[in-house]
Ligand binder design. Sequence first.
Ligand code: SF4
Length: 369
Amino acid sequence: MMPWVDPWGTSIPPDYAKLMREFGIRPFEDVLPRIPKPHHLMRRRVIFGHRDFERVLDRILENQPYAVMTGLMPSGGMHMGHKLVIDQLIWYQRTGAEIFLCVADMEAFSARGVPYEKSRKIAIEEYLANYEALGLDLEKCNVYFQSKSPVVQALAYSLARKVNFSEVRAIYGFSGETRLSHLYYPMIDVADILHPQLETFGGPRPTVVPVGIDQDPHLRLARDVAAKFHGEYGFLPPSSTYHRLMRSLDGKKMSSSNPKSAIFLTDSPSVVAEKIKNAFTGGRPTAREQREVGGRPDECVVYELCVYHLLTDDDDLLEFRRKCESGEVICGECKQRVIELMDKFLKSLGHKRKSARSKVQRVLGRMEF
Ligand code: SF4
């Protein structure tokens, strides 16, 4: 049976607590009090779970080296859901992490049929320029393309020696219909996650992978493989954190392939305004009723944009919430304010993106193509 936690699927996890019990993910709030200046995504429980984060936290507190591994799949535009991970990377980079950033062009080719040249263009223009503009220092990151990394490819092949079909089938639900490229892809992903611990990159050390819960199958396999190869490579099991997935503007799951489902970082102001005006809210059927009983922010994707991105100061967010719940502000006025916040943010990002492009070219100039 196909497990519903499927990195290539479209489902939204219905119950995070159930998943945590099922897959042994621990509550993030257990480690939160020890974290110096936690990110707002941590404080607000958007990051809700972890595996072995203590190991990384000890390194942060001792000012010792550790790594963060992440990937981007260049198959569509970068939207606000993708920004969640970059915000975390920026925080980790400021706490001393070495960031490994994989452009998953092999996955884009295998899972979505995106040709390599197109992947490269999307990765540079849509993702890397935005990462730099958001505040990630790409010159201090290890950026690589899967298809151009003999180290990762050779490691994937080597690690595959101790992984059998039953194991990947149990994790991913593969069947007789599964294409071989898709079947092999998990090993590339495992090699991505574990390669920062190779001697070439500084040897075994704590590594954290910040993911949405839908990516957990890759982490489970990577941890199993790390244990099997501890003797040969000295790998430590990778740590992971889990964040809630942003919902689409209509309250479902965001998707890069559906332009209406999300706000993209390159959307024009008029497109953004239209999307927010049509967004799913926690409003009441009539303005009168909403003034009387208040709105339901926890059901509202407009509120979600503020929690995740637009109001990073907790007092500002609490005030925004109070006005919604008390009925002091109703959806039309509230959306107008969020349109203005988003407009300001995207305009500023657009300016920074222009100057970020030359830096991206410098970073890529160090890579072989
Ligand atoms: Fe959402 Fe704002 Fe309406 Fe409250 S008032 S339900 S936060 S749009």
